[in-house]
Design a protein around this ligand. Structure first.
Ligand SMILES: *Cc1c(COP(=O)(O)O)cnc(C)c1O
Length: 374
């Protein structure tokens, strides 16, 4: 729990809705000058985020206005001429930033399945950053964070893990050696589909200092209200994650036996090709399920329409269940040949399992599948 606020004892940190702070003399301030640079509500959130990702060792959280703002700031640690090695089926917006913005400034990216045997040939002399997502979006591939980090560190790379899909409740990459963890706090951390936010967390003081500088310099800071709401979400994060996982496991067990499903992706399935690594680095397997249906894209579209409890929407990690069609929605910005190469097919749907009653969710899915008549 955070310390109570000093003046009144308010249990919750106030929303310091201010742009600036009075100075007692020119240059004499309380440590707070201007709200882009320092804000107490944001600081409380940043401490909470650091605690979540690194409960046993000191760490620094740096909050941003969105996951993409956090990702952008992290890439600004690089210089023109640097190279990024990134997981191939990463979040569509991250690939768009790498390809359509960073490339203009001479920072190029190679996409790789990050198989340990192929890494040497995927790397370049100027590689400076390894970008990992695990589980990946939307294919729920798993990458061995510990081994990849060791490989990157031998070469002096900065290793970044986008931990959005797992949440710090289920997976803590800093404990596996990663240098920086990034989150879209929009998703599980805030958890209520009511704000956009992001953060970076690191244990390394030098990286923290550089990221703080970039936060202030690039300016994509979260509002005090959004920081307050994110803190509010964090209070129930472990409870929510338990339920997301319970529900996902309940549904996967049933989906695995359903004859309309041709492909079922969930790291908790023993048939998942990297299930063992998932078990080593995650405490549970999360609330995201991707699948393909008999009948391909048409069936997928009908399935989405037939569902009553799953709203069709981008995003994930909120208390209510959502269905997303990566081909036309979240991953539409990924070039078509890359989507097909990785297995993001027109028939793939991604489910974000909420915290509703599991039986209700299954009844909804079963009914939507039956109505397909396939
Ligand atoms: C949503 C998401 C992002 C981007 O975050 P925003 O808050 O939408 O800017 C980055 N990575 C992953 C894995 C995401 O799901």
């Amino acid at each position: 729990a955070a310390d109570p606020e000093k003046k009144t004892g308010s249990v919750q940190v106030p929303i310091y809705q201010t742009s600036t702070y009075v100075q007692s003399d020119f240059g004499e301030h309380t440590g707070y000058e201007y709200s882009r640079t320092q804000n107490p509500t944001r600081e409380t959130l940043e401490e909470a985020l650091a605690d979540l990702e690194s409960p046993t060792e000191p760490a620094h959280g740096i909050a941003f206005a969105s996951g993409m703002a956090a990702i952008t700031a992290i890439t600004q640690l690089l210089e023109s001429g640097c190279h990024i090695l990134a997981t191939s089926d990463l979040y569509g917006g991250t690939g768009r930033l790498f390809d359509q913005v960073l490339a203009k400034f001479g920072v190029n990216t190679t996409y790789s399945e990050l198989k340990l045997n192929d890494l040497e040939s995927d790397a370049q002399e100027n590689t400076k950053m390894l970008w990992i997502e695990s589980p990946t979006n939307p294919l729920l591939n798993i990458h061995d964070i510990k081994k990849l980090t060791a490989f990157g560190h031998e070469r002096g790379w900065i290793v970044v893990v986008d931990n959005t899909f797992a949440s710090p409740t289920l997976q803590r990459p800093l404990e596996l050696g990663a240098d920086i963890v990034v989150h879209s706090t929009t998703k599980y951390i805030a958890g209520h589909s009511d704000l956009i936010g992001g953060c970076a967390i690191t244990r390394e003081p030098l990286l923290a200092e550089q990221l703080k500088f970039l936060q202030n310099t690039l300016g994509a800071i979260p509002s005090p209200l959004d920081c307050f709401l994110t803190l509010r979400g964090i209070r129930t994060l472990p409870l929510r994650m338990e339920r997301h996982c319970d529900n996902a496991e309940f549904l996967v067990e049933r989906l695995a036996q359903h004859s309309s499903i041709t492909k079922l992706l969930y790291p908790g399935l023993s048939s998942h090709n990297l299930h063992d690594i998932a078990t080593t680095q995650m405490s549970r397997y999360g609330g995201m399920i991707s699948l393909e249906l008999k009948g391909g894209e048409n069936a997928a579209r009908k399935f989405g329409k037939n569902l009553k409890l799953f709203a069709t929407a981008e995003s994930l990690g909120g208390v209510e269940s959502l269905i997303n069609h990566p081909w036309s929605m979240t991953h539409a910005a990924t070039p078509e040949h890359r989507r097909l190469e990785y297995g993001i097919t027109p028939g793939l749907v991604r489910l974000s399992i909420g915290i509703e009653d599991a039986e209700d969710l299954w009844a909804d899915i079963e009914n939507a599948l039956e109505t397909l008549n396939i």
